[in-house]
Design a protein around this ligand. Structure first.
Ligand SMILES: Nc1ncnc2c1ncn2[C@@H]1O[C@H](COP(=O)(O)OP(=O)(O)O)[C@@H](O)[C@H]1O
Ligand SMILES: [Mg+2]
Length: 426
């Protein structure tokens, strides 16, 4: 696990910090407890359930709490006879170094790191029959035909892990933002928790991508996930763009994904610099993005949609092909585009400016953009210098109170103008 990832940094060290599956976790610790006084009938526990719900971390953190030494393995370790023998050796000794008790964890029998060989299962079950230390197995799919050997409830403590509820996930996320010193709106965290439907690992990864390096996390920061562009979609297209091996994969990914192109452009623009660590690669990637942006502007101006494929090619294949000397840099989280965040936080301001622009434009028979550019700056000066004249102009342009406050640059500065206008009116 990458130490920079929050799933690793904020991994529960003690069982009390693991959320969800309370009953199952109690059964598990009772079973571990029973090893303190001898060897119980069930010499192995089989923890199963969907990924990211805390199977591994339950074993790890209870080992901590109990002061047991944990020997962790995953499926790829049972490939060779020799590794199985080593495992058997560990299991046959009564206790670990300095008499510390030991737990052996065979993690993810059917997991992402490769699946245990069918042939290894009989060896594992044999070892379990005689083990003198607790052995824990984890898997996603208990009903996998290869695992029928583990169905005997007399020999195995079978524990099913379910997805923690959104409330439980929220509890964990809340703890993380507190430790990171981020002021997060509860709505924002709840949103992330709900989206990931009980996958704690995925929720924590989302949180990191959205909140790392920030002092505040608002609902608005995360709610864009809801529109149409699902985050995993964005991330996978992004990954294929930034790391795509061929033009075809890079280009096709975006076509298949049906994401909003302008938004996706911002994503690439924000993230590319963090994923190319060679300067000349990065320069090529940014040049490709600049070309894409040129096409984007031209399309916007001329509505010539035939240019769209060029924009797409430059921003996807162009970026992917820039990778020549950049080395893989480990796990770098994708970040939310800053520019879009800024656009969304200034949305109110931009809308007010536009409304004022069109009000003035209507009176003066000029465009809204023209009045924003040519008239508004002078209004600002007048509003600052001459409340009476400002009041007259506000009247003439039919500006409402909010707009007067906006041009004056604050309520305090607007007060004399609003007062003058009231006096005129009466
Ligand atoms: N129930 C949970 N409580 C707190 N953190 C969790 C929980 N489940 C997962 N995590 C986080 O996600 C990471 C991966 O979880 P893991 O225990 O490996 O899930 P599983 O084994 O069920 O796939 C953990 O290191 C931890 O950071
Ligand atoms: Mg795990």
């Amino acid at each position: 696990m990458d130490p920079a990832s929050w799933t690793s940094k904020h991994k529960p060290q003690s069982l009390k910090d693991v959320v969800g599956n309370d009953e199952v976790r109690t059964k598990f610790t009772q079973w571990l407890q029973s090893w303190k006084t001898g060897i119980p009938k069930q010499r192995a526990a089989f923890l199963h359930g969907p990924p990211g719900v805390g199977k591994t971390v339950t074993v790890e953190s209870s080992a901590n709490d109990f002061g047991f030494e944990l020997v962790e393995k995953n499926a790829s370790d049972y490939r060779t006879e020799e590794s199985i023998r080593r495992f058997a050796g560990l299991a046959s000794q009564y206790s670990g170094f300095f008499n510390k008790k030991r737990i052996i964890l065979l993690d993810e029998l059917d997991g992402v790191y490769g699946t245990v060989d069918r042939g290894a299962i009989p060896a594992i079950t044999r070892i379990i029959k005689d083990t003198r230390v607790p052995i824990v197995l984890t898997a996603n799919d208990y009903w996998d035909r290869r695992f029928t050997a583990f169905r005997d409830k007399k020999q195995y403590l079978i524990l099913e892990f379910k997805k923690p509820t959104a409330r439980e996930v929220l509890k964990h996320l809340t703890k993380i933002v507190r430790r990171e010193g981020i002021a997060a709106e509860e709505e924002a965290l709840r949103f992330i928790a709900n989206r990931n439907q009980g996958d704690v690992r995925a929720a924590v990864n989302d949180l990191q991508a959205l909140a790392q390096g920030k002092v505040k996390l608002t609902f608005e920061d995360v709610s864009w996930l809801a529109h149409r562009d699902r985050k995993d979609l964005i991330f996978s297209v992004l990954r294929q763009t930034v790391y795509g091996k061929s033009c075809e994969t890079a280009r096709r990914s975006i076509e298949a994904a049906d994401v909003d192109l302008d938004m996706f452009f911002e994503w690439i623009y924000e993230n590319a610099p963090h994923h190319f660590n060679d300067a000349s690669d990065l320069s090529k990637a940014m040049t490709a993005l600049a070309s894409a942006d040129t096409y984007r502007a031209r399309i916007q101006r001329t509505r010539n949609w035939k240019l769209l494929p060029y924009m797409i090619d430059h921003m996807t294949a162009g970026v992917a092909m820039a990778r020549e000397k950049s080395k893989p840099s480990g796990w770098v989280p994708f970040r939310f585009p800053q520019r879009m965040r800024m656009l969304s936080t200034t949305r109110g301001t931009r809308k007010t400016t536009k409304d004022i622009g069109s009000k003035i434009g209507r009176r003066l028979h000029i465009s809204s953009a023209g009045s924003q550019r040519d008239i508004l700056p002078y209004l600002r000066i007048i509003f600052e210098e001459n409340p009476r004249m400002a009041a007259g102009l506000a009247e003439g342009f039919r500006l409402n109170e909010d707009e007067v406050i906006f041009i004056a640059g604050g309520k305090r500065k607007a007060n004399p103008i609003l007062k003058a206008r009231n006096e005129r009116g009466s």
